[in-house]
Design a protein around this ligand. Structure first.
Ligand code: PLP
Length: 259
């Protein structure tokens, strides 16, 4: 059986993040990848030089073209850019009863905004309650919950619980932006807390880590893994991708993880 996944996200011309990272990750994990592009960024390892939103009609048409034809096993949502786009995607999710992996992309590593500030409330109201799992990093979890950026694992647990209270099926609060020898993520699935740890890799080449992790979770779900197994496999895939990227030289800025 061919396992199929869809990514609904933005294009990164630099190939390190966004749709490009998602499709490479799906492929590496044995899943046939499809996409609906929400926005196009002109981007390289140093930052975003231009951004254009795709019209709602074309976003909906891409999703419909795939979902009306193919047996899609799992979906992910990445960069959604603006409120109008979020409302369109939320409507299509309801129509197809899709429960996606939601990566609440807000600001790129380079500091460029990828979600308009006034769209955060729309994301919380329209997308979060439909998420199978939401995968914020520490600053994103703080913005979504309205709490200060977590500094301890206990604070990460509080925020993971808060995200599930806000309607997400599960929450993975990622500690990659923290410090210390370990990179610790907290998963709350509505019942249990799991602590996932990997040795921290000290590299500048971290562009696309969030996209890659959420795409890898999606690939696991498309292949029928349980949520916890999909998250564990994804974390191990990202660890290998970061390890492989350590000595890679792509561009002059924050290089991509290696897919
Ligand atoms: N560009 C696009 C289109 C993205 O979807 C993302 C995802 O987070 C990024 C850039 C940011 O990547 P990073 O923060 O890993 O540099």
């Amino acid at each position: 059986m061919t396992c199929i996944a869809i990514t609904i996200a933005g294009s990164d011309s630099g190939g390190g993040a966004g749709i490009q990272a998602d499709l490479k990750t799906f492929s590496a994990l044995g899943v046939f990848g499809t996409s609906a592009i929400t926005a196009i960024t002109a981007q390289n390892t140093q930052g975003v030089t231009a951004l254009e939103d795709i019209s709602s009609g074309i976003i909906a048409a891409q999703i419909d073209a795939i979902l009306d034809d193919m047996n899609v096993g799992a979906a992910k949502i990445g960069m959604v850019s603006r409120a109008e786009t979020i409302v369109t995607i939320a409507q299509r999710l309801r129509h197809y009863r899709l429960r996606p992996v939601v990566d609440p992309v807000m600001v790129a590593t380079s500091g460029d905004r990828l979600l308009q500030e006034d769209a955060i409330d729309t994301l919380k109201a329209e997308i979060l309650p439909q998420a199978a799992i939401v995968t914020p990093n520490l600053p994103e979890a703080a913005l979504l919950t309205g709490l200060p950026v977590a500094r301890t694992e206990d604070e990460m647990i509080v925020q993971a619980r808060a995200l599930v209270d806000m309607g997400a099926g599960a929450a993975l609060v990622k500690g990659g932006h923290g410090t210390g020898p370990e990179s610790v993520d907290i998963l709350f699935d509505g019942q249990d807390i799991a602590r996932l740890s990997a040795p921290r890799i000290d590299t500048r080449n971290t562009h696309g880590t969030g996209c890659t992790l959420s795409a890898a979770i999606t690939a696991g779900l498309a292949r029928g893994l349980s949520l916890i197994d999909a998250v564990r496999e994804a974390k191990s895939f990202l660890h290998s991708a970061l390890d492989a990227a350590q000595h890679m030289k792509v561009g002059k800025g924050s290089g991509p993880v290696h897919h």
